[in-house]
Design a protein around this ligand. Structure first.
Ligand code: XMP
Length: 507
């Protein structure tokens, strides 16, 4: 006979936190958001990979590329680069994150010597940059021959046909710095010589990057940065249970710090086979997350299979229609609560703490607090990050409002069949499990995440917690009735600012 869970499965919106005593020492500035990313023997050893903030970005084409990874690692979180691309392209994205040096920009406005003043003007209009290196082949890494800035030409006095080579500042009159220059030294050179930019060149005089004076303030180091032992940004990468034998080595070679099997449903032999393969070839040196599951059985299966962390959530994502198409899933709050309990039981039995990640369905900032209070060690977000400048999707104007495109990995647009693969021979997506959509554009990641984290810390203080484990221990959660949800919003007043989307936006 079929098994019935006793209680209806519930969503984050059905819970609130009840405050506990806030000691005078418990202020947001004193709160630590550090949290384990991978399994360890709690109480006996340090977690080998710890997040500085409990947020990771979703393994999605519209969310996590190398730009997002750098922006999020700067703030203390981690991106999982999307796996729905060729192995070479994904590995290249990982490598770009590992090679990234804050403040060192790969120039996108480059000239070759035989280009004309008209080309310079057009490029400036297109990209908005007035500093343009001149290289032998006009590429960002060609041999450096000179530079053109606004000081090198006067439109009123020159012909538009004039060649770049005739008015650029030539290489022998330029100040440059070698490839191993640190940001601090580069900035000193810029200040000492009153420069606006400093080209960085390798031993063969090929352009490597440019450091700009204006970027100085924004590249002071962030205390939360997620850095590896070599001071490089940390990054994760999505894999699937089809081509792992080729994909994992390429990602490891590129420098991925952790991989995660990206699947809509993770309680499967294919996930175990993938983990087995990683263990056989890399032992514990390669960290691998698995999922997604929504109950204790699924968690235990993946924990016993050797997963380093387990993702929780099916069908709760903003772009997901798995529950509608297949009738599979569970309310996210109930799934997290049950899996957290299973994680704690597994820890008691084995001494191994396997972190869990609540994936999908975070609509408001306070949902992050709820997910953590319910036992998640960290959360994965798609919609939240898709709204920012750093996400790879297009920013478009819809009915007078800026939006970013955001689509599910199971949508016809993504066609990520490996994510929904059930071991058959067919390599295509037969039916959709996600939609293509817009989300309101929200500006730079940093501005938004600062507010989100301050809210989280403030909530934790209300519950008397200075750390996430303490929060999980002390949190008191209460179910809310539908009328108390109405009571919790602004009500019985006429709102002055009634902008559409306000109530749907994370804020
Ligand atoms: P949010 O709510 O943060 O959810 O936008 C992101 C998570 O949703 C999952 N995901 C999908 N689930 N169909 C699904 O059923 C899809 O097309 C799809 N694409 C992504 C995924 O777990 C992600 O992290």
């Amino acid at each position: 006979m079929a098994y019935y869970f006793d209680e209806p499965s519930r969503t984050f919106n059905e819970y609130l936190l009840v405050p506990g005593l806030t000691p005078a020492t418990c202020v947001p500035a004193a709160v630590s958001l550090k949290t384990p990313l991978v399994k360890y023997r709690k109480g006996q050893e340090e977690c080998p990979l710890t997040l500085n903030i409990p947020m990771v970005s979703a393994i999605m084409t519209a969310v996590s590329d190398d730009h997002m990874a750098v922006a999020l690692a700067t703030e203390g979180g981690l991106s999982f680069i999307y796996g729905n691309q060729s192995i070479e392209d994904e590995a290249a994205m990982v490598a770009r994150v590992k090679d990234y040096k804050a403040g060192f920009v790969t120039s996108d406005a480059n000239l070759s010597p035989d280009m004309t003043l008209a080309d310079v003007v057009a490029l400036k209009e297109e990209l908005g940059h007035s500093t343009m290196p001149v290289t032998d082949d006009g590429s960002a890494h060609g041999k450096l021959l000179g530079i053109v800035t606004g000081r090198d030409y006067r439109l009123s006095r020159m012909s538009m046909d004039e060649k770049v080579v005739d008015f650029m500042t030539p290489r022998d009159k330029m100040i440059v710095a070698p490839a191993d220059t640190t940001l601090k030294v580069a900035n000193d050179i810029i200040w000492d010589n009153k420069l606006n930019s400093l080209p960085i060149v390798d031993d063969d005089d090929h352009l490597v990057a440019v450091v700009f004076r204006k970027d100085y303030d924004s590249h002071k180091s962030n205390p939360n940065e997620m850095l590896d032992d070599h001071k490089r940004y940390m990054v994760g990468a999505g894999i699937n249970s089809r081509d792992y034998a080729e994909r994992v080595p390429a990602l490891v070679e590129a420098g991925a710090d952790v991989v995660c099997i990206d699947s809509s449903e993770g309680f499967s032999d294919w996930q175990k086979m993938t983990i087995d393969w990683v263990r056989e070839h890399y032992g514990d040196a390669v960290k691998i997350g698995a999922g997604n599951v929504v109950d204790a059985d699924g968690f235990r299966f993946l924990a016993e299979a050797g997963a380093d962390f387990v993702k929780v959530g099916i069908g709760g994502g903003s772009i997901c229609i798995t529950r509608e198409t297949k009738g599979i899933g569970r309310g996210q709050a109930t799934a997290v609560i049950e899996v957290a309990k299973a994680r704690d039981e597994y820890f008691k039995e084995t001494g191994v703490y396997v972190p869990i990640c609540s994936d999908g369905g975070i609509v408001y900032d306070h949902h992050i607090s709820l997910a953590l209070a319910m036992g998640s060690d960290f959360v994965m977000l798609g919609r939240y990050f898709a709204r920012f400048d750093e996400s790879p999707s297009n920013k478009v104007m819809v009915n007078g409002t800026y939006m970013k495109e955001y689509w599910g990995e199971g949508s016809a647009r993504a066609r990520n069949w490996q994510r929904y693969d059930l071991g058959g021979k067919k390599k295509s997506l037969t039916f959709e499990e996600g939609v293509d959509s817009y989300v309101p554009y929200a500006g730079p990641l940093k501005d938004n995440i600062d507010v989100t984290l301050l809210k989280l810390k403030s909530t934790m203080c209300n519950c008397g917690a200075l750390t996430i484990p303490e929060f999980q221990e002390k949190a008191k959660l209460t179910l809310v009735s539908s009328t108390s949800i109405v009571e919790g919003g602004a009500h019985d007043v006429l709102l002055k600012d009634k902008t559409p989307y306000v109530s749907n936006t994370i804020h």
